[in-house]
Design a protein around this ligand. Structure first.
Ligand code: PMP
Length: 408
């Protein structure tokens, strides 16, 4: 059933409530999105009617649960234009990236090799590489940003060389909103023989992603940022690389044969999915993808573009507000990070909360980027498909109220 984006808000029961006597204006979608009724219903239905452990049972319920779980794997594969055995279920982007770093990076890196990441990485695409660099003797090198908050592609090109083994970067910055030219960056990395790992946490719910077109080696994202449940993430990997990659967790379900001293693992994706997986969350993720597709990418992209542009302009018009990241245009995604000069971001967010406006304040798990920007923290408003111009006007009015309150 095709749904209309103008009424999409009604599909999210949480948004109907009041917070501090004000309508809830939820603008923390980069942290996690709200869930449509269809996702909530899928979780409840699974627990009411289909709950059983997968892959093991020969009885009807277990078969039903397994069919649904594996069905979502196929659905995710289609969603990102991949093969279903290239889709691994994880706990989230963080787990996906850790598994690539530890299970693949640690295998292929030698002392003296180089890992290239960027200064705009979320800690979950930074700390694992630091750890692997320390373990293997590889060197971590950084792509810097320009004054506009875009990656410095010229400097990126200079960093790449025959020693570059792995290049890992975010598709969209969770602070600057920058949409990186990931296809071009992948081509450049492949030209020197490096493997490419992309953090898609801030991309997957906002526009279509296509593994064939991107041609990256690994791609990670989280269910909870694309209207699905928490506790479920995806790791895409090219089939031949998943064969080389080692599991990081060991246990039941991922083995062919265990003897006293040795274990023979199954092929991917099973070899990575040890123990009981988050089955309900996988099924909820399937419902989230159905929901996104029932609205359609073009409607989602148009709505988020409109809302982001309006937020950018309304905030820019407030004297004392400084906005970070690229101008409105093709390289900015659905968030606006800012500071109100003279007021701590936590204080801004606290005043906004009194107006029912939920935003995030802090370093956004990107401390090296904060250092580069010369700030310790910022305030971030981030948008989802259900946000509209009323939300943006409430945001701007609340920031003006904060300005008045703190007399800056
Ligand atoms: N990368 C980016 C760019 C993110 O914004 C986030 C979530 N804030 C993550 C990785 C981590 O995602 P998760 O917490 O779902 O593992």
């Amino acid at each position: 059933m095709v749904k209309n984006i103008a009424t999409a808000r009604n599909d999210f029961p949480i948004l109907a409530q009041k917070i501090n006597d004000q309508p809830l204006t939820y603008l923390d979608n980069a942290a996690t999105t709200q869930k449509p009724q269809a996702v909530i219903d899928a979780l409840v239905h699974y627990y009411e009617f289909d709950n059983a452990n997968i892959h093991r049972g020969v009885y009807t319920l277990a078969e039903r649960a397994t069919e649904q779980y594996e069905g979502v794997r196929q659905q995710v594969a289609k969603f990102i234009h991949a093969e279903s055995d290239e889709v691994i279920f994880t706990r989230g982007t963080t787990t996906s990236l850790n598994w690539v770093a530890l299970g693949f990076g640690a295998q292929v890196l030698q002392p003296g090799d180089e890992i290239v990441i960027t200064v705009m990485e979320h800690h979950s695409n930074l700390v694992p590489w630091q750890q692997v660099a320390q373990k293997t003797g590889a060197k971590l090198r950084y792509v810097e940003i320009t004054a506009d908050g875009e990656l410095d592609l010229a400097q990126y090109g200079e960093l790449l060389n025959a020693k570059t083994k792995i290049v890992a970067f975010t598709h969209v910055s969770n602070v600057l909103g920058t949409i990186n030219p990931v296809k071009k960056m992948t081509e450049m990395a492949h030209a020197v023989g490096a493997y490419v790992v992309i953090d898609g946490a801030q991309a997957a719910g906002h526009f279509p992603i296509d593994m064939v077109s991107l041609d990256c080696d690994f791609y990670a994202f989280s269910g909870h940022k694309i209207y699905g449940p928490t506790g479920i993430g995806i790791l895409y990997g090219k089939r031949e690389l998943l064969t080389e990659m080692q599991p990081v967790e060991f246990g039941g379900e991922m083995i062919n044969l265990v003897t006293r001293q040795k274990t023979d693992f199954k092929a991917a994706p099973e070899k990575f999915e040890a123990g009981t997986m988050p089955i309900a969350q996988v099924i909820g993720l399937g419902a989230a993808i159905d929901y996104i597709q029932s609205i359609g990418w073009s409607a989602i992209e148009a709505q988020e573009r409109k809302v982001t542009a309006a937020a950018y302009q309304l905030l820019k018009d407030i004297p004392g507000v400084e906005i970070y990241g690229p101008q409105i245009g093709s390289s900015r995604s659905a968030l606006v990070t800012f500071n109100l000069n003279g007021v701590h971001p936590h204080d801004v967010a606290t005043v906004l909360d009194t107006q029912g406006v939920a935003v995030r304040a802090g370093h956004h798990c990107a401390q090296p980027l904060m250092e580069t920007l010369g700030v310790s923290s910022t305030t971030r408003a981030s948008f989802g498909l259900y946000n509209n111009l009323t939300d943006v006007k409430r945001l701007a009015a609340a920031v003006r109220a904060a300005k008045e309150f703190f007399q800056v």
